[in-house]
Write a protein of this length. Structure first.
Length: 345
């Protein structure tokens, strides 16, 4: 049966910091990634949802049940904290089984269920190890197993990939994908890392100063940010103040033709770096520049071009472009039709 989980005007006050009002809804099978800078209120929001922090207003509903007045253990919400909070003196098996401590059932049933979750998270071979001796990635899997063995209706993940190396992060993302597809549990995952949103989030939201400032698909947020803050936070390059008129964005260094005219007159224009073309052959563009730097970023080359002697444009070019361009090379700049995105002031 399909369920829904809603935050309705949820707010809270923590000293001088105000959270909310927050309005969100997720349904069975949804995986929502909330992105935001450190201190924007992501962890505070999860604590309010889990019931470990007091909200000052609004309601938290699972289907038609208002969870706000309920203590944490009655909410059927699982929270995996940033540190995992394992009991280091207990074995991996004892940590996972601890999740069943306050759930009715025979000893035999609990042992059988623990075996199943150890196997599900590939932890069987570590069952007798003390939790304090496992690696960071293994510890995250133990914390997830301990949380999910209680069969919560909603799973909250607070920076679950933090402090893991590249291979550990890739492995953990695979685990999260597998678990989500297998259990179909409603999940809210908070992070400051935009790459996690690409890999995990069907839906994303961006927080700033205690509020949700934009929500949508990962593609919408990255390619069509609604504010300068969202564009910059998600790694946007080439963001310029602009005045819009006559199907043109007027910036300090030139006139940029637009394929569609925004409804506002002032704001910002964003030029996506992966849509910029850099060539030594003159093209339809009037923009001529000089290569200022070129950096190998693995999957692409980051080429910085000084245009009209004033601003620097960042372009993501092919990995072979380092053979074509050198610092000081004179080049021409143009871009694809969908490279420009306009943002209101």
């Amino acid at each position: 049966m399909k369920s829904s989980f809603c935050l309705c005007d949820v707010s809270a006050v923590f000293g001088s910091f105000s959270l909310g009002p927050i309005n969100l809804r997720i349904d069975t099978g949804d995986y929502l990634v909330i992105l935001g800078p450190t201190g924007c209120g992501k962890t505070s929001l999860l604590r309010c949802i889990a019931g470990t922090a007091c909200q000052s207003g609004g309601s938290i509903k699972l289907d038609e049940c208002n969870l706000s007045p309920l203590p944490p253990y009655k909410r059927r919400i699982g929270l995996v904290t940033q540190m995992g909070d394992l009991f280091p003196h207990m074995t991996v098996r004892e940590n996972v089984e601890f999740g069943l401590s306050y759930i009715h059932g025979s000893r035999k049933e609990k042992m059988k269920k623990t075996d199943r979750y150890l196997d599900l998270f590939s932890l069987t071979h570590l069952a007798r190890r003390k939790a304090g001796t496992v690696s960071g990635g293994e510890g995250r899997r133990v914390a997830l197993a301990r949380c999910l063995i209680t069969e919560p209706s909603v799973l909250l993940l607070d920076e679950p990939l933090g402090m893991l190396d590249h291979n550990g992060r890739q492995s953990m993302m695979s685990t999260l994908n597998m678990i989500h597809k297998g259990l179909n549990i409603m999940t809210i995952h908070v992070t400051h890392n935009r790459h996690e949103a690409w890999h995990l989030g069907g839906r994303c939201a961006v927080m700033n100063k205690g509020r949700i400032v934009q929500e949508g698909s990962a593609s919408d947020l990255f390619r069509a940010p609604k504010s300068k803050f969202v564009a910059e936070f998600l790694g946007g390059e080439n963001i310029f103040s602009a005045v819009f008129s006559n199907d043109t964005a007027y910036v300090s260094w030139g006139e940029l033709p637009l394929t569609s005219m925004p409804v506002f007159e002032k704001g910002y224009v964003v030029i996506r770096p992966e849509r910029i073309r850099v060539s030594q052959v003159k093209n339809k563009s009037n923009f001529k520049g000089v290569v200022e730097s070129i950096q190998d970023c693995g999957a692409f080359m980051e080429c910085r071009v000084r245009v009209n002697g004033s601003i620097c444009l960042v372009a993501h070019t092919g990995i072979d472009s380092s053979d074509e361009f050198r610092i000081g090379t004179a080049v021409y700049i143009d871009w694809t039709d969908n490279a420009l995105h306009c943002i209101a002031e």
